[in-house]
Design a protein around this ligand. Structure first.
Ligand SMILES: [Zn+2]
Length: 197
């Protein structure tokens, strides 16, 4: 038998969010949560300086949070966006978040998705992608590499017939979204691009 693979968000994530259903009416409020998760992930020493969350677009209901646990989980897949998507799919009981009976959902992420998370968004059924910090912020402030994203990747998400579009909204609270990146650098956080260790 090969080992089973289990990815578990740190316990503090649930404590940070609380037990009750929470609604975040504006994009700024949703991004503020993603940034808060990214900052606390750095403070807790839990992983890279990235936070994300899946929301119902219309109601603003938080479906699932995510933080980066790559190093702790020994798993290069466990980026914040991937964690939020995977947890949301378990919450909804569906691999397709645009599946029957589900309301339209979005991913809000403190920093621009890397090549892997671009693919995760592509296949997830999410219908909107909301981004705080840009690739150049991530690369300049901490040195993480986002990989070779397709040129015009936002347009590729928005125009991908016959698949439904994924709308892209950028620069939401961009300056605030840089704070966890700076904090991570100040604390000497690990930059773990493949081949860098
Ligand atoms: Zn990623």
């Amino acid at each position: 038998m090969y080992p089973a693979v289990t990815l578990q968000l740190p316990a503090w994530v649930a404590a940070e969010i609380g037990d009750s259903q929470r609604y975040f009416p504006t994009l700024e409020a949703r991004m503020a949560l993603a940034i808060c998760l990214a900052e606390r992930n750095v403070v807790e020493g839990a992983g890279g300086p990235f936070g994300a969350a899946v929301f119902e677009i219309e109601s603003g209901l938080l479906v699932a949070p995510g933080v980066n646990i790559v190093a702790a989980a020994r798993c290069s897949v466990a980026h914040a966006e991937a964690m939020a998507i995977m947890v949301a799919q378990q919450v909804c009981g569906a691999f397709d978040l645009s599946g029957k009976g589900l309301p339209p959902m979005e991913l809000v992420t403190s920093a621009q998705p890397c090549i892997q998370c671009f693919g995760n968004v592509w296949w997830s059924g999410l219908q909107r992608l909301v981004i705080g910090a840009r690739k150049e912020d991530v690369e300049t402030l901490v040195g993480f590499d986002e990989g070779p994203l397709p040129e015009n990747w936002p347009a590729r998400l928005e125009n991908r017939a016959p698949l439904p579009p994924v709308r892209v909204v950028r620069d939401v609270l961009r300056e605030q979204a840089c704070a966890p990146l700076r904090l991570y650098r100040e604390r000497g956080g690990l930059v773990y691009n493949a081949g860098s260790l």
